[in-house]
Write a protein that binds this ligand. Structure first.
Ligand code: G6P
Ligand code: MG
Length: 220
């Protein structure tokens, strides 16, 4: 029986994935590195510092060429740009069907948690005016390992006091689906490739209804 739904944020609840991409693209270009949407798939679900390291590696610059202070400065520059881009987010930027899903889950007494690697998560939930739906929010700063490690989803389940087997996780990234599967949970993928093992795949968040989640969860 599904007792909790654990949400990723960027690309599942709202389309902030595009703002992360814009901010990284700008930072990368100051280093003479050009990144495209295809490469960006490899940054989804990945922490800020790990994303920066992947970009440097992609551009042929070893992160060992930089001091840790320089790396921190670059990550901060990206985050400052990103924060400007998300400053004006309103509830209109909730992806379709998410508001209805949160309301339905709440009315059925299903627990709701946020399992996002983003340190900007709480701010975005407030801007979207959905923070009150969340029974728990994982603090990514306290984790040892990022996605695809299961730690973030297992922490969300533990914070809720729910057995991981009774949890569904919703993700738009390959690293995120791997993390949910490694946690032994029911994995729901939004726009993810076919071959990564998600139990239930949807092309758009409009398909994320409570009925669809319940019926696929049962038939897993
Ligand atoms: C999410 C996004 C990533 C982002 C990470 C950290 O996982 O998918 O693109 O790098 O969060 O976000 P932050 O807001 O802390 O830089
Ligand atoms: Mg995401």
């Amino acid at each position: 029986m599904m007792q909790a739904v654990l949400f990723d944020l960027d690309g599942v609840i709202t389309d902030t994935a595009k703002y992360h991409f814009q901010a990284w693209k700008r930072l990368a270009s100051t280093l003479g590195i050009s990144i495209d949407e295809r490469f960006n798939e490899r940054l989804k679900g990945v922490s800020r510092m790990d994303s920066l390291k992947r970009i440097l590696e992609y551009g042929g610059l070893s992160n060992h060429h930089f001091t840790s202070i320089q790396l921190e400065q670059m990550a901060e520059q990206k985050n400052n740009d990103y924060k400007q881009l998300i400053q004006g987010i309103t509830p209109k930027e909730l992806l379709p069907g998410i508001s209805e899903l949160l309301t339905a889950l709440r009315s059925k007494g299903i627990k709701i948690a946020l399992a996002s690697a983003s340190k900007n998560g709480p701010f975005i939930l407030e801007r979207l005016k959905i923070d009150t739906f969340f029974d728990s929010v994982v603090d990514p700063a306290k984790l040892q390992k990022g996605k695809p490690d299961p730690e973030i989803f297992l922490t969300a389940a533990a914070q809720l006091g729910i057995d991981p087997k009774e949890c569904a996780g919703i993700e738009d990234s390959v690293a995120g689906i791997e993390s949910i599967l490694a946690a032994g949970m029911f994995a729901v993928g939004v726009g993810v490739p076919e071959n990564i093992g998600a139990h239930f795949r949807v092309a758009s968040t409009t398909e994320l209804t409570i009925d669809a989640l319940f019926s696929h969860f049962k038939h897993r």
